[in-house]
Design a protein around this ligand. Structure first.
Ligand code: UTP
Ligand code: MG
Length: 654
């Protein structure tokens, strides 16, 4: 069993975190589109710089134009002709004093310390024309900046999404290509749901990583550095005061990360449980209803659902504590800025513009902090997904190495030389099997259930590798054939016929457009399924659903037979359905069988009496061994296992 363990894709497991090799492998997927990546990164940096610059421009507008101290020489004042009426002014002016503009009682007043003059709004505008122009210019700059932020954001979001989609498209395609080449042994150990999750959910997690996490993390870090830079540039002291909450933030974030990770993992595991439960029970619905298990299954689902609900609540609680904590820290930092900043402003150490910019920057500072810690989930998740995806991509493809060029199958003889085979190490399903089937011979294989009959087909068509011995077709070992050529000439009708979603024609030619519709219809007529198909509402264009619940067992068998015939194989292997088929269909199948076996080597795993009677030779399998072989009469005369089986299984049914 130890070897089979390698085939298990891990269930919910913890990602390793920041693994360098993981990033390197992911990067390999980005490389073909690195132009997109760099462009989006450039836009991100530009956008962040523009955004950072906005409060600084406002600060300039406030300090340079709104709050500017104004001094006018007497001659400038005189030239405006404001106070010709006032004699006193002339006196002052003669002494060469300067006038300054100040606010008093809600009005602007021009004063030189002794004399003051109140100005009208028009007069002020005229006097401060430079300031007003400066403000206009600043607003224009702000508008340009805002537009640039929007524009760079737009391009960045578009490109990073395009990049993400391209990358996951490649990964998804790569995964499916891989999945097509994996040995069947892999599927014996990995539930379909898990593989589907790899190709859909896990790739989607990666997409999120590329589109939202990477970019916003880079942006957040840039913003944080930029904000601290601007703040230090404006006032190192106030920066120190306002960032005194930083250690608390770091601690709160670390705590949040710890609890969130725990809660998040729980949520994911429980959601996976719901998915698994649903997948299983939806496909087993008929059994549930037939055996009246609805109520107990409902209760079971309620429990699973409730545990998921509790986990999400737990995660919500973590967020409910973290977000307000960050808000409180933000307001504390803001209070500190206002408190110290206002004092500095009052005492003239700091301009009002700087205070304004600071308040803005503090506001800006907390957004990336909140973001960063929350984006961590996405990264963690994506890396765990990446690990699982790469694990699947690293699965070893089929152990049977197909030779590139090989012979064609001409005669159709089949020879087994001491073949031993097991699905898992240590458990032999077929033991030391040797036989020789001549071209055109019809062999029936019988044996109790689990004797290894179906397994024989798996190894003959190279679906599973054998452990010992050789299998030869036309005297050539099967590994010398190209796998495709081998499977083209050895057509198999399996016990359970799988019907794909598609119409009847496609189900017979298996979506191989090289096979024409006419050929399909000919094959259908040949195997007597044509009249059944014509009974369908849309004939050959009738859509058959995936699970083929609309087809009867007999119809399915005949379609499978048509599938095999359409490929005109040299060797036909039939695993008869154990299900009973009505006498009319049985007759059709029997007639079809007689036709399709003409000129072909046929190995039939027989469950029907007619098949056994028509066989040239019968092989009897027992617990993985070929115990008896010969014609019906020969074997019957032996009075051995065959006779027993025959009596039990067939005679009673007669
Ligand atoms: P087979 O599937 O070859 O049995 O399994 P069979 O003779 O065709 O039986 P019926 O008549 O259709 O019922 C042979 C043994 O191989 C195991 C089975 O459990 C059985 O014991 N087996 C089969 C695996 O271990 N893995 C597989 O994927 C299939
Ligand atoms: Mg079987």
């Amino acid at each position: 069993m130890s070897a089979s363990k390698d085939y298990h894709l891990e269930k919910e497991e913890e990602g390793k975190g920041f693994d360098y090799h993981l990033f390197k492998r992911l990067w390999a997927y980005v490389t073909p589109y690195r132009k997109l990546f760099y462009l989006s990164l450039l836009m991100l940096v530009l956008g962040t710089l523009f955004q950072l610059y906005i409060p600084y421009v406002s600060k300039n507008a406030i300090d340079a134009f709104m709050m500017r101290e104004h001094r006018y020489t007497s001659s400038a004042v005189e030239a405006k002709g404001y106070y010709r009426l006032d004699e006193g002014l002339w006196i002052k002016e003669d002494k060469g004093g300067a006038f300054s503009l100040t606010r008093r009682d809600g009005h602007f007043v021009l004063t030189d310390g002794l004399l003051s003059f109140r100005l009208s709004q028009e007069q002020i505008r005229e006097l401060r024309v430079d300031d007003i122009q400066g403000i206009d210019k600043s607003v224009l700059i702000l508008l340009v900046l805002l537009f640039s932020v929007f524009f760079t954001n737009y391009i960045q979001v578009y490109f990073s999404n395009k990049l993400g989609q391209k990358v996951i498209y490649d990964i998804r395609t790569g995964l499916f290509r891989k999945v097509l080449t994996l040995p069947l042994k892999f599927y014996d150990h990995n539930p379909t749901g898990r593989i589907v999750t790899r190709i859909t959910n896990d790739t989607e997690n990666l997409n999120e990583f590329f589109t939202s996490a990477v970019t916003s993390i880079v942006k957040d870090i840039l913003l944080l550095i930029g904000i601290i830079g601007f703040m230090l540039f404006l006032s190192s002291q106030l920066t120190g005061y306002s960032l005194f909450v930083l250690p608390v933030i770091v601690l709160a974030t670390a705590l949040f990360r710890f609890f969130d990770r725990k809660a998040y993992r729980k949520v994911r595991v429980r959601l996976a449980r719901i998915n698994a439960f649903l997948a299983e029970h939806l496909s087993g619905m008929s059994v549930i209803q037939l055996f009246n298990r609805e109520t107990s299954k409902y209760e079971e689902f309620k429990k699973t659902n409730h545990s998921y609900y509790r986990a999400t609540l737990q995660q919500l609680t973590v967020f409910a504590v973290f977000r307000p904590t960050m808000d409180i820290l933000f307001y504390i930092a803001l209070c500190v800025v206002i408190w110290f900043g206002s004092k500095d402003f009052v005492s003239g150490i700091m301009t009002f513009g700087v205070l304004y910019a600071f308040i803005n920057y503090i506001d800006m500072f907390f957004q990336p902090l909140r973001d960063l810690s929350e984006k961590f989930d996405i990264v963690q998740n994506a890396l765990a997904s990446a690990e699982k995806i790469f694990k699947l991509l690293d699965e070893k493809a089929s152990e049977i190495e197909p030779s590139q060029e090989g012979p064609e199958i001409r005669d159709g003889s089949v020879e087994f030389e001491s073949v031993t085979f097991g699905y898992n190490e240590g458990v032999e399903v077929l033991k030391d099997i040797s036989f020789n089937i001549r071209p055109g011979e019809k062999v029936a294989i019988v044996g109790e259930t689990g004797a290894g009959k179906t397994s024989l087909i798996g190894i003959l068509t190279a679906l599973y590798p054998i452990q010992k011995g050789r299998i030869l077709i036309d005297g050539i070992p099967i590994d010398a054939y190209q796998v495709h050529a081998l499977r083209k000439q050895v057509a198999v009708v399996l016990q359970d016929v799988f019907i794909f979603s598609g119409d009847v024609v496609d189900n017979i030619r298996l979506f191989d457009n090289a096979v024409s519709r006419e050929e399909v219809i000919d094959a259908a007529k040949y195997v007597n399924v044509d009249h059944l198909i014509s009974r369908f509402e849309k004939g050959y264009d009738t859509m058959l659903n995936e699970r083929a619940s609309t087809l009867s067992a007999g119809e399915r068998q005949l379609i499978a037979l048509a599938r095999a015939v359409v490929r005109d194989p040299k060797i036909l292997v039939l695993d008869e359905a154990t299900a009973n088929i009505d006498p009319v269909t049985e007759a059709f199948i029997q007639d079809a069988m007689e036709k399709v076996t003409q000129g072909r080597t046929v190995i039939t795993i027989a469950h029907r009496l007619s098949t056994i009677r028509n066989a040239d030779r019968i092989f009897v399998f027992h617990k993985g061994r070929l115990v008896e072989s010969g014609t019906h009469l020969e074997l019957f005369a032996k009075n051995g296992l065959y006779t027993q089986l025959y009596r039990l299984q067939y005679q009673l049914n007669e």
